[in-house]
Design a protein around this ligand. Structure first.
Ligand SMILES: [Zn+2]
Length: 194
């Protein structure tokens, strides 16, 4: 955080080191420059690029969720607005009364899981479940990244190949194992290794 004066309203504000506009947040959001289509497009593109990274995305979701919870705690007007919105959405009755265990609830649960865990390979999700209970999601993700790096380092070329195939890689050229596994191949994989 850097103390500086806003170019717009002149008030002193603490700017994040990444913010270089010289305007405080309210002035920046009001600024005509922010209303220009190409500027909005640029911002949108930059945000999408950032959120394409699963770790950035997880951090962003955690940050905004935290911000929302904090605002709900300290801002009664905001709390009331959210309550009214919730009531309005509830009144639409869009699938809100599906019983627990119904197919649509199960499908929705799976979709949520897939989105939340998109950055964790399938084979690490059970581990994540256990670690998350004990250490929380952020720490679990960090531990899993370490575990993945360790597993990767320990894996033989053959295991790496099989893993790539199990994740949907196409076999495009002959796999050359470091050990002699015999002269026969099946779709590029030495049969001695299957
Ligand atoms: Zn300002």
């Amino acid at each position: 955080m850097i103390h500086t004066h806003c170019k717009g309203c002149g008030k002193e504000f603490k700017r994040k080191s990444g913010r270089k506009t010289g305007y405080c947040q309210p002035c920046y959001m009001r600024d005509v420059h922010h209303d220009r289509a190409e500027v909005r497009e640029g911002l949108s593109r930059a945000m999408k690029a950032k959120l394409a990274d699963p770790h950035e995305r997880a951090a962003h979701i955690a940050r905004t969720r935290r911000g929302r919870i904090e605002r709900l705690a300290r801002d009664p007007e905001f709390r009331e607005m959210v309550r009214q919105q919730g009531k309005a959405v509830g009144a639409l009755g869009l699938g809100g009364h599906q019983p627990k265990g119904s197919p649509s609830r199960i499908a929705a649960g799976k979709a949520v899981t897939a989105t939340k865990l998109a950055d964790i390979p399938l084979e690490y999700r059970e581990l994540h479940k256990k670690l998350r209970k004990e250490f929380g999601a952020t720490e679990s993700r960090r531990m899993i990244r370490q575990q993945m790096a360790a597993d990767e380092a320990r894996m033989s070329a053959h295991e790496r190949q099989l893993r790539a195939i199990s994740r949907g890689a196409k076999i495009v050229k002959k796999f050359k194992p470091s050990a002699d596994t015999g002269p026969f191949t099946l779709g590029g994989i030495a049969t001695g290794m299957i």
